[in-house]
Design a protein around this ligand. Structure first.
Ligand code: PRT
Ligand code: MG
Length: 213
């Protein structure tokens, strides 16, 4: 049995064409079913649904053989023991710093002020501001980062941006782009040895179906 870990939503949806290229179709709709283990048209392949931030953990400890996860999640998690053969170029976005439209970020940075930054990405944010020599107090949040500057919880946020619509709707502006983000295929190292042939075939099929390749 080959187990693939996916998260519901954009990762699941954008992985479906890659699976199709490998001749695999998921036979249940995760939005309609409450099942956490989904069957596929291949009796030896199943999909497990986990939180986006749990995908690396499942693959690292062998709860899944393969997984699809954002490079944001991987970098924040630390990719201990995960084989990362492919940038799938799906679920693309960027990690950015955003502030209220009326907040003078450039001056605050220039004056060496201590910034309060709210984010889910504490590790990535710490590294980024340290590399710029900007002093920050980091506030860990688990969601709705956009609310933090609006309520006075923080001066800035570090969050993912794709269309920019969420920032605009909340009168926030992007002031720095930290890095580009896309989803990666991750593979458990032991599974790669023990199930080499079927896993290799999936990796090759995914590689052939990467958007823009
Ligand atoms: O929702 P949950 O807490 O379970 O987990 P999650 O939010 O990590 O999962 P999900 O499915 O939302 O995101 C999974 C992965 O998709 C992320 O780890 C990223 O690698 C990738 N991705 C790509 C995104 C976005 N684009 C994205 N736009 N993840 C989140 N967003 C959010 C962003 O945080 C912000 O709130 O969408 C909003 C901004 O979108 P725009 O289009 O308005 O700019
Ligand atoms: Mg989400």
């Amino acid at each position: 049995m080959i187990t693939l870990a996916l998260s519901k939503g954009r990762i699941f949806e954008e992985t479906m064409p890659l699976l199709a290229a490998a001749g695999i179709e998921v036979t249940e709709d995760p939005e309609k079913s409450r099942k956490l283990i989904l069957a596929t048209t291949r009796p030896d392949v199943r999909v497990v649904l986990v939180r986006a931030s749990d995908v690396p953990t499942y693959v690292q400890y062998g709860g899944a053989d393969l997984g699809v996860t954002g490079s944001d999640v991987l970098l924040e998690h630390g990719n201990q023991g995960l084989y990362q053969p492919l940038d799938l170029r799906i679920a693309a976005c960027r990690l950015s710093v955003a502030v209220r439209a009326d907040y003078d970020y450039a001056s605050a940075v220039k004056q060496g002020s201590r910034l309060r930054v709210a984010t889910k990405y504490v590790g990535l944010a710490r590294d980024f501001f340290a590399s710029k020599g900007v002093h920050v107090d980091l506030i860990k949040l688990y969601g709705s980062m956009e609310l933090a500057p609006l309520t006075g919880l923080a001066d800035a946020i570090v969050d993912l941006v794709s269309t920019g619509n969420t920032l605009r709707a909340n009168h926030l502006v992007e002031v720095e782009r930290i890095m580009d983000i896309s989803a990666r295929l991750v593979v458990n190292q032991a599974a790669l040895k023990l199930k080499r042939e079927p896993i290799r075939r999936i990796i090759d099929a995914f590689a052939s179906a990467i958007p823009g390749s």
